[in-house]
Ligand binder design. Structure first.
Ligand code: XIL
Length: 396
C-alpha cells in the first residue's frame, strides 16, 4: 500500500513536470536510477537550482563545474550576467552574450531559468548612478530609463524565463538608520516606493508567461510580527497591498543566505512563513541558499573540532529550508547560490571576520554533509506531508 502510494505520487510529479514543458519550463522525466538532486526532486515536482558563474562554466581547466551544473540542477540563475551593469555597461549598448550563453546551456540540459534581476540598487552601471548624482538624469528620465530597461530585458528573454526576480532587496534591515523598516536604496530614494508596482506591471506587459517574484533576504520566518522591525512581516504586508491593487506579482523569493553563527529557524517556523505567502495566492521559492561559517584560526588550520560542528550546522540549515519548501506545495524551487566552495561569493564578501564553507560541495567538488542532507530530504519524503507542487499561473 505504502509502496503504491509512493509510486502514485511519483506519477503525479512526472505528469506535472510533463504538463509544464515549454521553453521557459523545460523538464525531463523521472529516472528511478538517477540519484542527482534534480532527478530526486522531480518526484515532488520541485526544481533544484544553482546560481551559475559564467567564467567558471566556460573554464576548460575546470570541467567538473560544468558537469555538475548540468547534472545536479534543473534550474539555473545567472549569478551576475543578467544584472544591469553586466547587460548595459555603456548606455544604449546591451551585452547579451554571457546571459544568452546561460540560457542556451539551460536549454541544452533541460533546465529552467530564474531571471535575476530587473530592479536592484546594487550592480547598477556607472553611467546611470553618475548621471543621477550629477543631475544629468532627471527623475522623470530615470523612471523612463527603468521602464525601458525592464521592457528591453524581459522582451529579449521572452518565453525563456520561468521566474523573474523583478524587484530585489527593496526593504531596509533593522540595523539600518533609521532602524524602523522602510523602503531603502537608490530606486526608493529617487522614485519613491511606487517603482515597485510599476516594475511588476512593466515586466508583465513584456512577458505575460513569466512568473514575477519579489526577492529578499532575512525573510525565511516571522519574528515579532511588527512591520517596524520584522522584515518578513513588512514584505508580507507589501505583497498583500500589491495583490490588493491588482499588481501582477506571482511569488516571493526568500534568498536564504544563512550563517551557522546565528540562531536561525526550525522547519515549522519556515513552513509557516511560506504558508502565509501562499495564503495571499503567491508562489514561493528559495532563491539563493547558502550557509556560511566563520573561518576561525582553528578552521583555517584544519582543526576538525572546529570544522565538523560548522559542517553539521550548515547541513542542518540547508535541511530546514529544503524541508520547509517540500512541505509547502506552492514552493516551486530551491536554488543554491553557487554549489562549490571553489566558486562562492562568501569569502570575497564576508571578510571581517572571514567567512566561507557556505556551499554543498567543497573546493574539490566533494559533496559535503549539506549535500547529503538535501539528498536525504528528497529521497525520504513523500505523502502525506510532502505532495507534488501546485504550479503557479501568472496573474493577469
Ligand atoms: C552577488 C554575487 O554572488 C557576487 O558575485 C557579486 O559580486 C555580488 O552579488 N543577493 C543577491 C545576489 O540578490 O545578486 C548577490 O550576488 C548576493 C546577495
Amino acid at each position: 500500500m505504502k509502496l503504491r502510494r509512493w509510486i502514485a505520487a511519483g506519477a503525479v510529479a512526472v505528469a506535472t513536470a510533463a504538463v509544464l514543458t515549454s521553453p521557459a519550463t523545460a523538464g525531463r522525466p523521472y529516472d528511478p536510477t538517477d540519484q542527482s538532486l534534480r532527478n530526486l526532486a522531480l518526484r515532488h515536482g520541485l526544481a533544484v537550482g544553482t546560481a551559475v558563474d559564467l567564467a567558471a562554466l566556460n573554464d576548460p581547466a575546470d570541467p567538473r563545474y560544468r558537469e555538475l551544473a548540468a547534472s545536479e540542477f534543473s534550474t539555473v540563475t545567472a549569478e551576475n550576467a543578467m544584472k544591469w551593469e553586466s547587460l548595459e555597461p555603456t548606455r544604449g549598448t546591451y551585452n547579451w552574450g554571457p546571459a544568452d550563453e546561460l540560457v542556451t546551456f539551460a536549454r541544452q540540459h533541460d533546465q529552467r531559468v530564474r531571471g535575476h534581476v530587473l530592479v536592484w540598487h546594487n550592480q547598477l552601471p556607472a553611467w546611470l548612478t553618475n548621471g543621477v548624482a550629477d543631475g544629468s538624469i532627471s527623475t522623470a528620465e530615470l523612471r523612463d530609463i527603468l521602464r525601458r530597461h525592464i521592457t528591453n530585458v524581459v522582451t529579449h528573454f521572452k518565453g525563456r524565463i520561468w521566474q523573474w526576480d523583478v524587484v530585489n532587496e527593496a526593504v531596509s534591515d533593522p540595523w539600518d538608520t533609521p532602524s524602523t523598516l522602510h523602503y531603502k536604496g537608490f530606486w526608493a530614494e529617487h522614485l519613491g516606493p511606487g517603482y515597485i508596482a510599476d516594475a511588476f506591471r512593466w515586466a508583465r506587459a513584456a512577458d505575460p508567461h513569466a512568473l514575477l517574484f519579489y526577492n529578499d533576504y532575512n525573510i525565511e520566518a516571522f519574528g515579532s510580527r511588527d512591520p517596524a522591525n520584522d522584515k518578513t512581516q513588512f514584505v508580507y504586508d507589501m505583497a498583500k497591498q500589491l495583490r490588493a491593487k491588482g499588481v501582477p506579482i506571482d511569488g516571493i523569493g526568500s534568498q536564504g543566505h544563512l550563517g551557522t553563527q546565528y540562531g536561525n529557524f526550525d522547519t515549522f517556523q519556515v513552513v509557516e512563513a511560506l504558508r502565509k505567502f501562499a495564503g495571499l495566492g503567491l508562489a514561493t521559492a528559495f532563491t539563493e541558499v547558502d550557509v556560511r561559517s566563520q573561518l576561525t584560526e582553528g578552521v583555517q588550520a584544519g582543526n576538525e573540532a572546529e570544522i565538523n560542528p560548522r559542517l553539521q550546522a550548515a547541513a542542518a540549515n540547508f535541511d530546514v529550508l529544503l524541508q520547509a519548501c517540500l512541505a509547502e506545495r506552492h514552493c516551486l524551487s530551491f536554488t543554491v547560490w553557487g554549489f562549490t566552495d571553489k566558486h562562492s561569493w562568501v569569502p570575497g564578501w564576508f571578510t571581517d571576520p572571514p567567512e566561507g564553507m557556505a556551499t554543498i560541495y567543497d573546493e574539490n567538488y566533494q559533496p559535503k554533509r549539506a549535500y547529503q542532507a538535501l539528498k536525504a530530504d528528497l529521497i525520504y519524503s513523500g505523502p502525506p506531508y510532502v505532495l507534488p507542487r501546485i504550479p503557479q499561473r501568472p496573474r493577469r
